[in-house]
Design a binder for this molecule. Structure first.
Ligand SMILES: [Fe+2]
Length: 202
């Protein structure tokens, strides 16, 4: 009977999964950048695309530190997330809504990667693969920053723009009052406007 696999085997398996996931994401990010209407969102996808190419190279270095050949294994998880994102891009949404949906898809992918790299770093550390752990930590940090960037973009106007398209009547009811409420800071503007809408519905 064959020896049971070890954590090291599972680790190499997860690395192959991540390697394939990054390659799938390179293709997806190109499409997402093209589909984005907001120049800031497009720039965010394009810069993460460049970062992702670096992550592929970094994974090759990780394989190298372990004397393993860089090899991918089809990542079903990210394939599913990308497939769902494609479905959204095929819908006939207004521009702001499509941007909001692209952010939602992008964040699903980031969260998947954050989970994957979090595990990889922890396993590498537990097994004493410190060089690999350091490299994987760099990618984990980049994924977290990319996720935060998308949150910032969503909250700095894209979600509100899409929401205003969805509820234009409520938005235009009392522009002066709205400006006064929303003026103090753009971050507080969204909940304040939402609260005002609730009031207007009564
Ligand atoms: Fe990545």
């Amino acid at each position: 009977m064959a020896e049971p696999g070890t954590l090291h085997d599972a680790f190499i398996d997860e690395l192959r999964d991540a390697y394939d996931a990054e390659k799938q994401l390179i293709k997806a990010l190109k499409k997402m950048a093209k589909a984005a209407s907001s120049p800031d969102l497009r720039a965010a996808f394009e810069s993460h695309l460049v970062e992702t190419e670096g992550q592929v190279a970094r994974l090759e270095d990780v394989f190298g530190t372990l004397d393993e050949k860089a090899r991918g294994k089809h990542c079903d998880g990210i394939a599913g997330i990308i497939e769902e994102g494609k479905g959204v891009m095929e819908e006939d949404f207004d521009e702001a809504t499509l941007d909001a949906c692209l952010i939602a898809s992008g964040q699903r992918a980031e969260h998947y990667e954050i989970a994957a790299y979090g595990t990889l770093v922890a396993w590498a550390q537990a097994m004493g693969h410190t060089e690999a752990a350091d490299l994987l930590q760099q990618t984990l940090d980049e994924e977290k920053a990319a996720d935060e960037k998308l949150t910032a973009l969503a909250e700095s106007g894209i979600n509100q723009e899409a929401a205003d398209q969805a509820h234009p009547d409520e938005e235009n009811e009392d522009d002066e009052e709205e400006m006064a409420v929303a003026a103090p800071s753009s971050k507080k503007g969204a909940p304040a406007a939402a609260a005002r809408r609730k009031g207007a519905r009564r």
